[in-house]
Design a protein around this ligand. Structure first.
Ligand SMILES: [Zn+2]
Length: 280
Protein backbone atom coordinates (compact mmCIF):
# COMPACT_ATOMS: atom_id res chain seq x y z
CA UNK A 1 0.00 0.00 0.00
CA UNK A 2 2.96 2.24 0.74
CA UNK A 3 3.41 2.64 -3.00
CA UNK A 4 0.00 4.28 -3.35
CA UNK A 5 0.78 7.14 -1.00
CA UNK A 6 0.11 10.50 -2.61
CA UNK A 7 3.32 12.28 -1.76
CA UNK A 8 4.69 13.44 -5.13
CA UNK A 9 4.34 17.12 -6.04
CA UNK A 10 5.48 17.06 -9.66
CA UNK A 11 4.50 20.57 -10.76
CA UNK A 12 5.89 23.65 -8.98
CA UNK A 13 7.52 26.97 -9.90
CA UNK A 14 10.39 28.87 -8.28
CA UNK A 15 11.86 32.34 -8.72
CA UNK A 16 13.65 31.02 -11.79
CA UNK A 17 10.40 31.54 -13.70
CA UNK A 18 7.27 33.00 -12.14
CA UNK A 19 7.25 31.54 -8.64
CA UNK A 20 7.58 33.49 -5.42
CA UNK A 21 10.13 31.29 -3.61
CA UNK A 22 13.75 30.46 -4.29
CA UNK A 23 14.62 26.85 -5.11
CA UNK A 24 15.97 26.36 -1.57
CA UNK A 25 12.87 27.74 0.10
CA UNK A 26 10.58 25.77 -2.17
CA UNK A 27 12.36 22.54 -1.23
CA UNK A 28 12.16 23.49 2.45
CA UNK A 29 8.43 24.17 2.24
CA UNK A 30 7.86 20.94 0.33
CA UNK A 31 9.69 18.92 2.99
CA UNK A 32 7.68 20.66 5.70
CA UNK A 33 4.51 19.57 3.89
CA UNK A 34 5.66 15.92 3.70
CA UNK A 35 6.40 15.91 -0.01
CA UNK A 36 8.69 12.97 -0.78
CA UNK A 37 9.11 13.52 -4.52
CA UNK A 38 9.43 17.03 -5.92
CA UNK A 39 9.79 18.43 -9.39
CA UNK A 40 10.41 22.14 -9.99
CA UNK A 41 8.97 22.66 -13.44
CA UNK A 42 9.89 26.26 -14.13
CA UNK A 43 8.75 27.54 -17.52
CA UNK A 44 11.28 27.02 -20.32
CA UNK A 45 14.22 26.83 -17.93
CA UNK A 46 16.78 24.42 -16.48
CA UNK A 47 18.50 26.68 -13.93
CA UNK A 48 16.25 25.45 -11.14
CA UNK A 49 17.85 22.02 -11.61
CA UNK A 50 21.36 23.50 -11.52
CA UNK A 51 20.44 25.38 -8.38
CA UNK A 52 19.17 22.16 -6.82
CA UNK A 53 22.47 20.45 -7.69
CA UNK A 54 24.41 23.22 -5.95
CA UNK A 55 22.22 23.16 -2.89
CA UNK A 56 22.41 19.39 -2.60
CA UNK A 57 26.19 19.67 -2.16
CA UNK A 58 25.76 21.66 1.04
CA UNK A 59 22.43 20.60 2.48
CA UNK A 60 20.86 17.33 3.31
CA UNK A 61 17.86 17.26 0.99
CA UNK A 62 15.69 14.35 1.96
CA UNK A 63 13.08 14.36 -0.76
CA UNK A 64 13.68 12.82 -4.17
CA UNK A 65 14.16 15.55 -6.76
CA UNK A 66 12.99 14.89 -10.32
CA UNK A 67 14.44 17.37 -12.87
CA UNK A 68 11.50 18.98 -14.65
CA UNK A 69 10.36 21.72 -16.98
CA UNK A 70 7.08 23.15 -18.32
CA UNK A 71 6.97 24.27 -21.93
CA UNK A 72 4.28 26.40 -23.60
CA UNK A 73 3.19 25.18 -27.01
CA UNK A 74 0.39 25.73 -29.45
CA UNK A 75 -2.07 23.28 -30.98
CA UNK A 76 -4.89 24.60 -33.19
CA UNK A 77 -5.82 27.83 -31.41
CA UNK A 78 -5.04 26.66 -27.89
CA UNK A 79 -2.03 27.06 -25.65
CA UNK A 80 -0.95 23.65 -24.37
CA UNK A 81 1.58 23.27 -21.57
CA UNK A 82 3.85 20.24 -21.71
CA UNK A 83 5.47 18.90 -18.56
CA UNK A 84 8.81 17.20 -19.12
CA UNK A 85 10.81 15.15 -16.62
CA UNK A 86 14.36 14.48 -17.70
CA UNK A 87 17.63 12.78 -16.92
CA UNK A 88 20.39 15.12 -15.73
CA UNK A 89 22.61 13.89 -18.55
CA UNK A 90 20.27 15.55 -21.04
CA UNK A 91 20.09 18.95 -19.35
CA UNK A 92 21.94 20.68 -22.21
CA UNK A 93 19.53 19.29 -24.81
CA UNK A 94 16.58 20.39 -22.68
CA UNK A 95 18.14 23.85 -22.38
CA UNK A 96 18.50 24.00 -26.18
CA UNK A 97 14.79 23.34 -26.59
CA UNK A 98 13.85 25.83 -23.87
CA UNK A 99 16.08 28.78 -24.68
CA UNK A 100 14.46 30.03 -27.90
CA UNK A 101 11.02 30.07 -26.24
CA UNK A 102 12.49 31.87 -23.22
CA UNK A 103 13.81 34.54 -25.58
CA UNK A 104 10.41 34.99 -27.25
CA UNK A 105 8.82 35.40 -23.82
CA UNK A 106 11.42 37.93 -22.76
CA UNK A 107 10.86 40.09 -25.83
CA UNK A 108 7.12 40.06 -25.12
CA UNK A 109 7.80 41.20 -21.53
CA UNK A 110 10.00 44.05 -22.81
CA UNK A 111 7.15 45.20 -25.08
CA UNK A 112 4.68 44.97 -22.20
CA UNK A 113 6.99 47.10 -20.04
CA UNK A 114 7.08 49.74 -22.79
CA UNK A 115 3.28 49.84 -23.01
CA UNK A 116 2.98 50.01 -19.22
CA UNK A 117 5.25 53.05 -19.23
CA UNK A 118 2.70 54.82 -21.40
CA UNK A 119 0.14 53.99 -18.72
CA UNK A 120 2.48 55.51 -16.10
CA UNK A 121 3.32 52.14 -14.61
CA UNK A 122 7.08 51.84 -14.36
CA UNK A 123 8.54 48.37 -13.96
CA UNK A 124 12.06 48.75 -12.53
CA UNK A 125 14.97 47.51 -14.62
CA UNK A 126 16.30 45.17 -11.96
CA UNK A 127 13.27 42.96 -12.55
CA UNK A 128 14.52 42.08 -16.03
CA UNK A 129 18.27 42.02 -15.39
CA UNK A 130 18.65 38.41 -14.29
CA UNK A 131 19.65 36.57 -17.46
CA UNK A 132 18.95 33.16 -15.94
CA UNK A 133 15.30 33.89 -15.38
CA UNK A 134 12.28 33.17 -17.57
CA UNK A 135 10.09 36.25 -17.71
CA UNK A 136 6.40 35.59 -17.57
CA UNK A 137 3.53 37.99 -17.26
CA UNK A 138 3.06 36.74 -13.70
CA UNK A 139 6.36 38.46 -12.82
CA UNK A 140 4.95 41.79 -14.00
CA UNK A 141 1.58 41.11 -12.35
CA UNK A 142 3.35 40.31 -9.06
CA UNK A 143 5.17 43.65 -9.17
CA UNK A 144 1.96 45.59 -9.89
CA UNK A 145 0.17 43.64 -7.14
CA UNK A 146 2.81 44.45 -4.54
CA UNK A 147 2.52 48.16 -5.39
CA UNK A 148 -1.26 48.49 -5.58
CA UNK A 149 -4.51 47.57 -3.90
CA UNK A 150 -5.48 44.59 -6.03
CA UNK A 151 -6.96 41.67 -4.11
CA UNK A 152 -4.61 39.11 -5.66
CA UNK A 153 -2.31 38.52 -8.61
CA UNK A 154 -5.06 36.88 -10.66
CA UNK A 155 -7.07 40.13 -10.50
CA UNK A 156 -4.08 42.09 -11.81
CA UNK A 157 -3.69 39.53 -14.55
CA UNK A 158 -7.32 39.84 -15.54
CA UNK A 159 -7.16 43.62 -15.59
CA UNK A 160 -4.01 43.93 -17.68
CA UNK A 161 -3.60 40.75 -19.68
CA UNK A 162 -7.06 39.50 -20.50
CA UNK A 163 -8.23 38.94 -24.08
CA UNK A 164 -9.27 42.52 -24.76
CA UNK A 165 -6.23 44.22 -23.30
CA UNK A 166 -3.61 45.72 -25.57
CA UNK A 167 -1.10 44.04 -23.29
CA UNK A 168 -2.30 40.61 -24.34
CA UNK A 169 0.37 40.39 -27.10
CA UNK A 170 0.06 36.93 -28.61
CA UNK A 171 3.22 34.85 -28.93
CA UNK A 172 3.96 32.30 -31.65
CA UNK A 173 4.71 29.23 -29.54
CA UNK A 174 6.13 26.07 -31.15
CA UNK A 175 3.68 23.36 -32.16
CA UNK A 176 2.74 20.89 -29.43
CA UNK A 177 3.69 17.86 -31.57
CA UNK A 178 7.12 19.30 -32.28
CA UNK A 179 7.94 19.77 -28.60
CA UNK A 180 6.56 16.37 -27.51
CA UNK A 181 8.59 14.66 -30.25
CA UNK A 182 11.79 16.57 -29.45
CA UNK A 183 11.52 15.85 -25.73
CA UNK A 184 10.68 12.17 -26.30
CA UNK A 185 13.65 11.76 -28.62
CA UNK A 186 16.05 12.53 -25.76
CA UNK A 187 14.32 10.16 -23.34
CA UNK A 188 12.34 12.82 -21.51
CA UNK A 189 9.06 11.73 -19.87
CA UNK A 190 6.33 13.99 -21.30
CA UNK A 191 2.88 14.81 -20.01
CA UNK A 192 0.02 17.27 -20.50
CA UNK A 193 -0.32 19.91 -17.76
CA UNK A 194 -3.70 21.02 -16.37
CA UNK A 195 -6.04 19.60 -19.08
CA UNK A 196 -8.86 21.53 -17.39
CA UNK A 197 -7.55 24.58 -19.29
CA UNK A 198 -8.46 22.98 -22.62
CA UNK A 199 -11.83 23.85 -24.07
CA UNK A 200 -14.42 21.27 -23.03
CA UNK A 201 -15.42 20.27 -26.54
CA UNK A 202 -11.83 19.51 -27.49
CA UNK A 203 -10.49 18.02 -24.29
CA UNK A 204 -10.59 14.30 -24.89
CA UNK A 205 -10.09 14.60 -28.65
CA UNK A 206 -6.88 16.47 -27.97
CA UNK A 207 -5.76 14.06 -25.27
CA UNK A 208 -6.31 11.15 -27.66
CA UNK A 209 -4.28 12.90 -30.33
CA UNK A 210 -1.41 13.79 -27.97
CA UNK A 211 -1.35 10.17 -26.79
CA UNK A 212 -0.78 9.14 -30.41
CA UNK A 213 1.97 11.73 -30.71
CA UNK A 214 3.66 10.15 -27.70
CA UNK A 215 2.82 11.70 -24.32
CA UNK A 216 3.31 9.38 -21.38
CA UNK A 217 1.13 11.02 -18.73
CA UNK A 218 -1.66 13.49 -17.98
CA UNK A 219 -1.98 15.77 -14.98
CA UNK A 220 -4.95 14.60 -12.95
CA UNK A 221 -4.37 16.28 -9.61
CA UNK A 222 -4.18 20.07 -9.80
CA UNK A 223 -5.78 22.95 -7.83
CA UNK A 224 -7.88 23.95 -10.85
CA UNK A 225 -9.28 20.55 -11.86
CA UNK A 226 -12.61 19.52 -10.38
CA UNK A 227 -13.34 16.03 -9.08
CA UNK A 228 -15.60 15.06 -11.92
CA UNK A 229 -12.97 15.82 -14.54
CA UNK A 230 -10.21 14.13 -12.49
CA UNK A 231 -12.26 10.93 -12.42
CA UNK A 232 -12.73 11.04 -16.21
CA UNK A 233 -9.05 11.66 -16.83
CA UNK A 234 -8.03 8.84 -14.49
CA UNK A 235 -10.20 6.51 -16.60
CA UNK A 236 -8.63 7.90 -19.76
CA UNK A 237 -5.13 7.28 -18.34
CA UNK A 238 -6.01 3.72 -17.39
CA UNK A 239 -7.48 2.95 -20.82
CA UNK A 240 -4.46 4.39 -22.60
CA UNK A 241 -1.73 3.19 -20.30
CA UNK A 242 -0.71 6.70 -19.27
CA UNK A 243 0.82 7.77 -15.97
CA UNK A 244 -1.32 9.81 -13.59
CA UNK A 245 0.51 13.07 -12.93
CA UNK A 246 -0.23 15.73 -10.35
CA UNK A 247 1.08 18.73 -8.50
CA UNK A 248 0.27 21.97 -6.76
CA UNK A 249 1.46 24.14 -9.69
CA UNK A 250 2.72 26.30 -6.83
CA UNK A 251 3.40 29.89 -7.90
CA UNK A 252 3.31 31.70 -4.56
CA UNK A 253 1.37 32.54 -1.45
CA UNK A 254 0.18 35.63 -3.32
CA UNK A 255 -1.60 33.52 -5.98
CA UNK A 256 -4.41 30.97 -6.10
CA UNK A 257 -1.88 28.20 -6.63
CA UNK A 258 -0.33 28.36 -3.19
CA UNK A 259 -0.53 24.94 -1.56
CA UNK A 260 2.66 22.92 -1.93
CA UNK A 261 2.01 19.24 -1.39
CA UNK A 262 -1.78 19.41 -1.53
CA UNK A 263 -2.39 18.09 -5.04
CA UNK A 264 0.16 15.32 -5.05
CA UNK A 265 0.18 12.30 -7.26
CA UNK A 266 1.12 8.74 -6.24
CA UNK A 267 4.59 7.67 -5.24
CA UNK A 268 4.34 4.85 -7.79
CA UNK A 269 3.85 7.44 -10.57
CA UNK A 270 7.00 9.24 -9.39
CA UNK A 271 8.95 5.98 -9.16
CA UNK A 272 7.80 5.04 -12.66
CA UNK A 273 9.09 8.36 -14.01
CA UNK A 274 12.41 8.00 -12.17
CA UNK A 275 12.92 4.57 -13.73
CA UNK A 276 11.82 5.79 -17.15
CA UNK A 277 14.33 8.65 -17.30
CA UNK A 278 17.10 6.47 -15.91
CA UNK A 279 17.18 4.53 -19.19
CA UNK A 280 18.68 7.44 -21.12
ZN1 LIG B 1 2.84 25.32 -14.16
Amino acid sequence: MENNTKNADLHTHSLISDGQLSVGLLIKEAQKNNVKYLSITDHENTYQTKEYQNLSKYYNIELKFIPGIEISTKYMDEEIHILGYYNLNTINEIENIAKPIREIKKSRIMKIIEILKELDIFIPNYLTKNIKKTYNRVNIARFIYSNSNFENIEKVFKTYFDNNSKLKLEIEYPQTEEIITKLNSIGCFTGIAHPSFLKDKDKFEYLKYFTKVGIKGVEVFHPLIDKNLSTKIIEFCQENNLTILGGSDFHGYDTKRKEIGKYNTFSHSAEYIINYIKKV
